[in-house]
Write a protein that binds this ligand. Sequence first.
Ligand code: VGL
Ligand code: ZN
Length: 210
Amino acid sequence: MPAALLESDALLIVDVQNDFCEGGALAVPDGSAVVPVINSLVDRFSAVVLTQDWHPGGHSSFASSHSGKAPFETVELDYGTQVLWPDHCVQGTAGAAFHADLQTDPAQLTVRKGFRKGIDSYSAFYENDQKTPTGLSGALRERGIKRVFLTGLATDFCVFYSALDARKEGFEVVLLEDACRAIDLDGSLARALEAMKEAGVILLKSSDLA
Ligand code: VGL
Ligand code: ZN
């Protein structure tokens, strides 16, 4: 089922940052493999948006901010259960920079997220309280975007929550599976793929684009 690209399509490149790639603080297995795939796509879309995980030091999603807690344990925050992570993507650090080989020049907008100390933000659209918008929906709508193609890291966290929120916001959503890689914590990848399919997200490969 090849998909022909339209003017009303946007490419969303989620968190292709050094800390999520090999050697980074929260490395996603094979994370940098998404870079050449995404680079082959950026010139095919007229709307290209990057997201950048962008935490202040001491962020509430860091295990180091909770005494007695280790990375990948959970904690209850005001807005619900939060997975705790190693310190990562701290504002202005090399780990927060985009992968050096990622072609960022064609992107017109960068959405930074997770910059409020007390609240994490996986989704490119809403923070983890599911109420605080990033402004991305409005930006896409004002440009006439109807369909969002999702790529980047990690399939089962930031890409996943972005996909669900994009559906809630009324966009058609395509997940380009070979342009994403997962953290896969306790089966989170399988759960995310199932939930995305249920929400009407279409799973394709970059080679399916006509
Ligand atoms: C992400 C965990 C914490 C992601 C960001 O980009 O998927 N995951 N911060
Ligand atoms: Zn983060």
